[in-house]
Design a protein around this ligand. Structure first.
Ligand code: GDP
Length: 334
């Protein structure tokens, strides 16, 4: 049993801590009202998530998305459909002659998007020319070099004097477009993914899914999954769903994992289907709707990328891919 004087001093100290940490301290100073009974039981750190939330909203978010795949597979159309912006206003398409010896270029487009007061700086890194030349040996090299350069820049900034305003240009996700016309992965797809899988989160997509009927899509997905496994390619793995999530969320998570690789359709035109204006593609025999889950996995991809997994993609980039790069650098230095 502690002497009464010591107990008094502990109680006084606890109250002091409570007053210092309580988010209401400021308000109470100006309105010196008494603490309510239920507030007396808290130190106040339960408000920490709110403080983090407020601070991050103020700072804004950034996300860098890379798109890669043979030209003509609908990459720009899909990106525009995903973010409802026109990111490719001044794109120049090359003719066949110009593409014979074409080298892969890296083109960056940045837009600031705001939704309900939350700001997102979105950077799209496009890779025109990938897989377009007659000889595509090592055509992924400029892309891996670009990713490494961003890591290198970040590493340098992090070790420099002013670490407060580091611009993070690391690539958080790479959407890799697979042709719907083949029988699975082509050699260039395997080479590309193997060259990049330790550096970036790869999300493979089946492009132009409206070219295939549902059974063909199922078969192609299965085939791609088998080949990814066979060649030891490490694509982005969706994290395990928390056991305390509700049943609806768990079901959505299961469906998301079963749908990979997502079969997507892009369109920048709005058409009328069953009296409603929808984003879709109008054919003489019918309409394919981009946001209809019975037609393709576009909504699943958009939800994953923006609503549910954007933060995880950034975390994996930072904690796994960048950490690998950093460890290698430090090893070389020592
Ligand atoms: P990129 O070169 O990969 O950026 O491809 P584009 O987005 O420029 O698309 C090339 C062509 O394919 C254009 O004529 C598009 O209208 C068309 N296209 C884009 N997305 C789709 C799709 O999902 N399905 C079909 N069938 N065509 C598409």
């Amino acid at each position: 049993v502690l002497p009464a004087a010591v107990m008094d001093s502990i109680i006084i100290q606890e109250r002091l801590v409570e007053r210092l940490l309580s988010p209401r301290t400021q308000a109470q100073r100006s309105h010196p009202a008494r603490l309510k009974d239920h507030e007396k039981q808290y130190v106040g750190f339960a408000t920490l998530p709110n403080q983090v939330h407020r601070k991050s909203v103020k700072k804004g978010f950034d996300f860098t998305l890379m798109v890669a795949g043979e030209s003509g597979l609908g990459k720009s159309t899909l990106v525009n459909s995903l973010f409802l912006t026109d990111l490719y206003k001044d794109r120049k398409l090359l003719n066949a002659e110009e593409r014979i010896n074409q080298t892969v270029e890296i083109v960056k487009h940045t837009v600031d998007i705001e939704e309900k007061g939350v700001k997102l700086k979105l950077t799209i890194v496009d890779t025109p020319g990938f897989g377009d030349a007659v000889n595509n040996t090592e055509c992924w090299k400029p892309i891996t070099d670009y990713i490494d350069q961003q890591f290198e820049q970040y590493f340098r900034d992090e070790s420099g004097l002013n670490r407060k305003n580091i611009q993070d240009n690391r690539v958080h996700c790479c959407l890799y477009f697979i042709s719907p016309f083949g029988h699975g992965l082509r050699p260039v797809d395997v080479e590309f993914m193997k060259a990049l899988h330790e550096k970036v989160n790869i999300v493979p997509l089946i492009a132009k899914a409206d070219c295939l009927i549902p059974s063909e899509i199922r078969k192609l997905k299965e085939r791609i999954r088998e080949e990814i496994e066979k060649f030891g390619i490490k694509v982005y793995q969706f994290p395990e769903c928390d056991s305390d999530e509700d049943e609806e969320f768990k079901q959505q998570d299961r469906e998301l994992k079963e749908s990979a690789p997502f079969a997507v359709i892009g369109s920048n035109t709005v058409v009328e289907a069953k009296g409603q204006r929808v984003r879709g593609r109008l054919y003489p025999w019918g309409i394919v709707e981009v946001e209809n889950q019975a037609h393709c996995d576009f909504v699943k991809l958009r939800n994953m990328l923006i609503r549910t997994h954007m933060h995880d993609l950034k975390d994996v980039t930072c904690d796994v891919h960048y950490e690998n790069y950093r460890a290698q650098c430090i090893q070389q230095m020592t």
